[in-house]
Design a protein around this ligand. Sequence first.
Ligand code: SAM
Length: 282
Amino acid sequence: MKRCYSYNHDKAILYLVATPIGNLDDITYRAVDTLRKVSYIYAEDTRNSMVLLNHYDIKTPLRSYHDFNKELKNDEIIEILEKGESVAIISDAGNPVISDPGYNICVSCIEHDIAVTTIPGACAYLSALVSSGLPPMPNTFIGFLDSKKSKRCEMLNEYKYVTHTLIFYEAPHRIIDTLNDMLEVLGDRYIVISRELTKKFEEIIRGNISEILKDTSLLKGEMVVLVSGFSEEKSEKDPMEMIDELISLGYRNKDAIKETALALNLDRRELYDKYILYKNNK
Ligand code: SAM
């Protein structure tokens, strides 16, 4: 077991600092204070982050940290922290680590016994979830789907029977393809698209996928797509077919039965017995 106090002031700290997702006012006092006092700020896009730093008159040296230079930068950051100087990681918007760089340096710090802490703040998917009107808990945050259709459909298939609210990030140039794939794989679910959150043209679009696809001119800007979870009433799915489908996706028999029982609110034991009978008669 390892225990690590985040505020042992003799030691350096890696701060994962949340920044605004649009409105520059959405940053905490503590985030601004931290960004002023650390020795270096590492950012995904230094030009973009400069806008924020100038707005708050933060003069801390700014360096770049991308996924493609992460190994080199991890060594550099660890060296700085081991010398006793603190570092902040920020991303273009919201929380670092969440569909953004930062995970690798967080793990490296843990391996090197360096304290990691977070300065909480805006996060696009949480903001979208709380105003969506969809059941907030449980929820499954997936982030970006793959850019290739076949892989994207495969990913959607994995979540097809999940009863939680599903949350995705999507880029405007791919949203129509993604919605068409969702319609094909998940069926005509009720979804919520939260676009341009905290910005001038913030809009929340609610409706079934087919209905939303009728007017794609609405689908502009940054967006979070929230999909209502699988529901038995809305599905004519036969539990046996569902188990077979999950098994074909690579689930073990036991897990496929468990997932189906959960999704359709059935008794797991009874479903197991029925499945054995069904298999034997097949
Ligand atoms: N790290 C960020 C966070 O904490 O939410 C997410 C970064 S990810 C690279 C960028 C994606 O987040 C966008 O493609 C969009 O799906 C979503 N996003 C970011 N800002 C948004 C906003 N203002 N409104 C809606 N979605 C947003």
